[in-house]
Design a protein around this ligand. Structure first.
Ligand code: FES
Ligand code: FES
Length: 140
């Protein structure tokens, strides 16, 4: 299948590549459930026409395996972050992007990095705890 140039990245990932870990929520750039890493920056895949990123590197939850991501996944488990799970791919993507920039994130850095991703289950206090725990584990 070849997508039209204006097809959102989200649908290319989910429908052409069966990478269904990237979730559909609102489709209008509001909920953050579709967040992926685009050249190491967290971006909503529902808002990115496929023709605009032909030379960019996209990482979804399926391929998220950097040192930072592994530290976060470990902390996520230890802090028992997940509830229903729907938003959690996006949360881990955004947290990874944060740790690429900040090894000592403050609470406000965390809030800023995670603010565009809604969690209806209210896991944010545990997300914040897990991000700090992962950041600590990455420091020398
Ligand atoms: S589905 Fe993309 S921001 Fe909601
Ligand atoms: S864990 Fe349920 S929406 Fe976030």
């Amino acid at each position: 299948m070849h997508s039209a140039p204006d097809t959102p990245l989200l649908w290319v990932l989910r429908c052409e590549h069966q990478l269904t870990g990237t979730k559909f929520g609102c489709g209008i750039g509001v909920c953050g459930a579709c967040t992926v890493l685009l050249d190491n920056t967290a971006r909503p895949a529902c808002q990115i026409p496929i023709s605009t990123i032909l030379k960019s590197r996209v990482v979804t939850i399926e391929g998220l395996d950097s040192t930072e991501a592994r530290a976060l996944k470990k902390a996520w488990i230890e802090c028992d972050v997940v509830q229903c799970g729907y938003c959690q791919s996006a949360q881990l993507i955004a947290a990874t992007a944060l740790l690429y920039c900040h090894r000592h994130p403050t609470d406000s850095d965390v809030d800023e990095a995670m603010r565009d991703i809604a969690c209806r289950c209210g896991t944010f206090p545990r997300i914040r705890k897990a991000i700090h725990q992962a950041a600590r584990s990455l420091r020398p």
